[in-house]
Every structure is written in structure tokens, then in C-alpha cells.
Design a protein. Sequence first.
Length: 143
Amino acid sequence: MKTPYSKPLPVIGERDRAYWEGLREGEVRLLACDDCGHVRYESFSTCPGCGGGRSSRFKASGRGTLWSWARFHKAYFPGFAAEMPYVVAVVALEEGPKVYSNLVETDDVPPLGTPLEAVFEDVAPDVTLLKFRPMRPRNGTDA
Ligand SMILES: [Zn+2]
């Protein structure tokens, strides 16, 4: 077992439980409006695009691009102290929504627009965090 997780954990509610269960199973699950197709990340009760109340959850690609980032030099929570400074990234998912996350498996912050892919990090019995790493080449030609 790893040492206990010492950073803040999300409070999982009924409305976003399916999202967190998806991460637990290695999937990014988003909501798409049944009326206009607008894709959202949290389960708002109505669509911010058209106000419609019907939506369907679907498995997203897990891919996105680096949209913005900031490097934190102050440990606002003690659990982050050992990692100072650390980077918080905003990732634009392929389907549209943007999520706050951290970059892993990279020492430097890549340029904005860099393709990223999801990494699922189990941190507590019922919490898996969505993180991102630079997309790996898939065709093997540049090995
Ligand atoms: Zn809509």
C-alpha cells in the first residue's frame, strides 16, 4: 500500500457520482444534451446550451489538448508541499468541455495545444483522479 493520500479529495454527490464511477473504471464519462448535442462535464440538471432537461451520458475519448496552465509556488494545502512548485493545467477535451487537472509523465510543461491523453490515478478507495500525459505516438515509426 502507498502512504495515505494527503491532498484534498472531492465530495462525490448523487449528481456527479456517474462521472466519478467512470474514472474509477478508466473512462471519462460526459453528458450530451439530447436536444442540441451540447456536451458538458458536470451533470447540471439543465443544458447550458439550450436549457433542455434531457441528456445522455457517454464515454468520451479521453483525449484533449493543453489549453492553459499555471505553476503554483505556494502550498495552499499541506499535502502539496513535497511537490512544490507544481503545475495545474486546464485541458480542453476533444468533446469540448475544459477540465482542471495535472500533467504526469512529463518533466516540462509542453506548449499550449499539445495533444494529451487521460491517465487515471487511484488515490482513495472511491476516488480516481483524471490526469493527463502528452499523447504517445501510436504507430511506432519514431521508436
Ligand atoms: Zn441542449
